[in-house]
Design a binder for this molecule. Structure first.
Ligand code: AMP
Length: 146
């Protein structure tokens, strides 16, 4: 049933948007917020979420919001590729628990990939705060210079 249901305003991304939970913010504009995944599947794993929408998944999201999300995903993927020089980048989005969704506020994953390095398991293994802070600083600085 997780594919269908009510938006929970207490989900972790809603808390982050309200400033009630912290995040390693990389970028924001009037429509989206982007921050580091704290259980990253690879170095530089970034999440892009809409600010105003209460869509839980791709079925519910307003097309204009989806468009703003995808524009931000492309912009940030270019920033991440410039800064981290991965060999590839995976863009992912999950709908319903059976498909791997764990947070029910729609989001896109940007997951840089390197030759010979397997991506970590989805949503497992918390990164070190120090490592996340350093990465945040690099990506924010790269955006500032863009
Ligand atoms: P999904 O499984 O597609 O719903 O993705 C949710 C993602 O949110 C997972 O990759 C988690 O690692 C990530 N996540 C959960 N809590 C937080 C948090 N507080 N800050 C950043 N990322 C988070």
């Amino acid at each position: 049933m997780s594919l269908h249901g009510q938006y929970d305003p207490q989900n972790i991304f809603a808390l982050i948007l309200r400033g009630d939970a912290p995040c390693y913010k990389i970028y924001e504009d009037d429509q989206v917020l982007a921050f580091l995944d704290i259980f990253p599947q690879s170095t530089g794993h970034v999440l892009v979420i809409p600010k105003a929408s209460r869509a839980r998944n791709i079925l519910e999201v307003e097309p204009t919001v989806l468009s703003a999300m995808m524009s931000a995903v492309q912009y940030l993927t270019r920033i991440i590729v410039d800064e981290l020089q991965p060999d590839g980048v995976q863009i992912a989005q999950f709908n319903g628990a059976v498909a791997g969704q764990t947070v029910y506020h729609i989001h896109m994953h940007i997951i840089p990939r390197w030759e010979g390095l397997h991506a970590g398991e989805h949503g497992r293994g918390k990164a070190e705060a120090e490592e996340l802070r350093a990465l945040q600083a690099r990506l924010v600085e790269r955006i500032r210079k863009a």
